[in-house]
Design a protein around this ligand. Structure first.
Ligand code: HEC
Length: 88
């Protein structure tokens, strides 16, 4: 009896920590894409449009990060970024 209560408690704790530790890292597929296509103009040194994609948090509960990644999504979807001139 005590044993099954313990197991339930352990599982509850695991689920709880999963929920409260959001992924801060940029997913590797996104990181690779921005590195190859965007870093040339949006890095620590060159921040076109005041945008640095090299140091971005992917904490989407953070409104700043969410708004940046939303803009990134929209500009890529609309074929505005990367600029055509950069694709040779
Ligand atoms: C050849 C240089 C160049 C490359 C490569 C490039 N950008 Fe840009 N980007 C700019 C310039 C210049 C601006 C500012 C003018 C504008 O907003 O169009 C800008 C602006 C932006 C903005 C708007 C920022 C804001 O706060 O309004 C976003 C979002 C963006 N770029 C995303 C991207 C993404 C994502 C990529 C890669 C897929 C990328 N850019 C690749 C030059 C570039």
């Amino acid at each position: 009896m005590l044993q099954s209560i313990l197991i339930v408690l352990i599982i509850a704790c695991l689920v709880a920590t999963m929920g409260t530790s959001p992924a801060l890292e940029v997913p590797s597929v996104v990181a690779l894409f921005t590195k190859q296509s965007c870093f040339k103009c949006h890095n620590d040194d060159t921040q076109e449009g005041n945008l640095n994609l090299a140091m971005r948090s992917f904490e989407l509960n953070d409104l700043n990060a969410l708004s940046v990644w939303t803009k990134v999504h929209d500009r890529v979807r609309d074929s505005e970024m990367p600029p055509k001139s950069a694709l040779k």
